[in-house]
Design a protein around this ligand. Structure first.
Ligand code: PXP
Length: 250
């Protein structure tokens, strides 16, 4: 596994379902958005089936698994229910995230180090089914090392804190967080893990993350769906792609 020149862009379409569910209609259809994202250059589609089904629903996962040409990254909590759904649909990848009912979005990374034995057992059947398992974690070396030990193929580094600090204008703290993410990416790569990142990324914050040479994939959702209101989904994705490529070249 060598970091490639072209960084993959995974488009998270959860919030297309959020808009649909707000009115209980059948539209907008997440699969239609995913196919449009594919046409605009998305290298993969991510969808998070939350325990409370607040946005993506079971039938969306079935439709995406059957209808996409690009890889599906199925994001979920490490529960028995989600393991069974993953094994039924056999997506290209499963990204395991912590989940709390009361949170607005995924607030922190998974504590792999504290739950190592259970998570090793949890991912074994998924790995055996050929699913690439990714752990969504902070850049703490303890979490990265534990992810490598349990046999995960991928770590997705949580960029939410970095993005919040940027948008709050707390630049010194943002830069320290960015350094932590850079060190985390290097450590993960040195341990043979594929390195992804995501959460909260925008046109303003994507550059330094995309520029990390170890980075292979970014997963971006909320900002792209928000920007689609103004630009349309295709152009919003194309602009993100352009900024990623620009940062990669620099
Ligand atoms: N990666 C993971 C693991 C996530 O939980 C999320 C949010 O669902 C994202 C990426 C995308 O984050 P955002 O919607 O803020 O771009």
């Amino acid at each position: 596994m060598k970091p490639s020149g072209r960084l993959r862009l995974g488009v998270n379409i959860d919030h297309v379902a959020t808009v649909r569910n707000a009115r209980g209609t059948a539209y907008p259809d997440p699969l239609r958005a995913a196919l449009l994202a594919e046409a605009a250059g998305a290298d993969g589609i991510t969808a998070h089936l939350r325990e409370d089904r607040r946005h993506i629903r079971d039938e969306d996962i079935a439709a995406l698994a059957a209808g996409l040409s690009v890889p599906l990254n199925f994001e979920c909590a490490a529960t028995v229910e989600m393991q069974a759904i993953g094994l039924r649909h056999r997506p290209h990848a499963m990204c395991l995230v912590p989940e709390k009912r009361e949170e607005r979005t995924t607030e922190g990374g998974l504590d792999v180090a504290a739950d190592e034995a259970r998570l090793r057992d949890f991912i074994t059947p998924l790995r055996e089914a050929g699913i690439r398992v990714s752990m969504f974690i902070g850049h703490d070396p303890k979490q990265i090392e534990a992810s490598a030990r349990i046999g995960a193929a991928v770590v997705e580094l949580h960029t939410g804190y970095y993005c919040d600090l940027h948008h709050e204008g707390r630049y010194a703290e943002r830069d320290a967080e960015l350094d932590g993410l850079r060190r985390g990416a290097k450590l993960a790569y040195s341990l043979g893990l594929e390195v992804h990142a995501g959460h909260g990324l925008t046109y303003e914050t994507v550059g330094p993350i995309a520029a990390m040479p170890e980075m292979m994939e970014l997963n971006i959702g909320h900002f792209l769906i928000a920007e689609a209101i103004f630009l349309g989904l295709g152009p919003a994705i194309e602009e993100m792609r352009r900024r990623m490529d620009e940062a990669r070249r620099a």
